[in-house]
Write a protein that binds this ligand. Sequence first.
Ligand code: GDP
Ligand code: ZN
Length: 355
Amino acid sequence: MDLIESYGWNAHFAAAIAALGTTELVPARVIEEQRGMYRIMMATGERRVEIVGRLRLSGTLPAVGDWVAVRPAAGDDGGSIQHVLERQTKISRKVAGKTSREQVLAANLDTVFMVTSCNEDFSPRRIERYLTMIWESGARPVVLLNKSDLVDDSGSLSVEAQAVALGVAVHAVCAKSADGLGPLLPYLEVGRTIALIGSSGVGKSTIVNRLMGEDVQDVKEMRDDDAKGRHTTRSRQLFLLPTGALVLDTPGLRELALWITDSGLGQTFADIEQLAEGCRFQNCAHGSEPDCAVASAVEAGRLAADRLESYHKLRRELEYIERKADPEAQADEKRRWREIQKNVRDGRKKGWFPR
Ligand code: GDP
Ligand code: ZN
């Protein structure tokens, strides 16, 4: 197997680069991004490259995990990224600012481990929130309940997690003792890319260290590399596990904000969306509408009230994000604000409101 295959190169990307219709560009995977410079892995090894100005202007910036078409400079370093090949999956967040803009934090992930722990971090609501985002990315979510050593019965927590993680595998693990990591092997096959997300302190780094083996932090993980790239795994954002899978670990993923859309929400709350088909009104908000099948399910104890509440909360957040992303809705909102401000000013003049 050659180097780029071990980095996950597949038929999808081969077709994407062939469609560019040029033989001058070579495929490479982005393994690190630093202040506008990219470290990439190509068939001949690592390089540092920049991106062509046209890409910078288009706003389609490469992210760690992206497959790109590169024009290598002569010699064994340098060059420029010319195209970002169509992503199979991507995990994004909204960028704070006047409007919502999507920022891709990681591309082409196969599996995302949502890590929580068996102590205070454990919360079905938090699991729902992360799963919504992972579903949205296109990657397969898996829930890891770490620190199983801290509770007598991690089984009951697994059951609780499973109740909100529809169609998602839940594994109780103990990174400290490496207990329960065996069942993760099927996700860690050669050329597969995984990432871990979850609150700080739940044990993501410890799990990665366990999967890497004891002493790997000090050794170069690149078997095909020569003496040049002397980078320990710690400084890496995308690195190879002994099983042949790749782990993507960027600072951005660690401090993830929420970027949700309809489809992610629909998959996380498939039970509610299915119940909703029985509501009298198609646009039922499952509040106080008559003949609401969702509300009846809560009354009958077939749906947990706090799960419905969580759904409403995420939906409100989604609407907020969509409003920010929509220039027309935004203009409306500005107009509304101006009106309110004017009313307040008028009200003050007339002495209705305090100044
Ligand atoms: P991260 O912020 O998610 O990367 O979390 P870390 O990997 O840095 O772990 C945070 C703390 O949890 C460290 O003190 C770890 O030693 C501890 N920890 C990690 N896994 C386990 C576990 O399975 N059991 C226990 N008891 N502690 C753990
Ligand atoms: Zn309803």
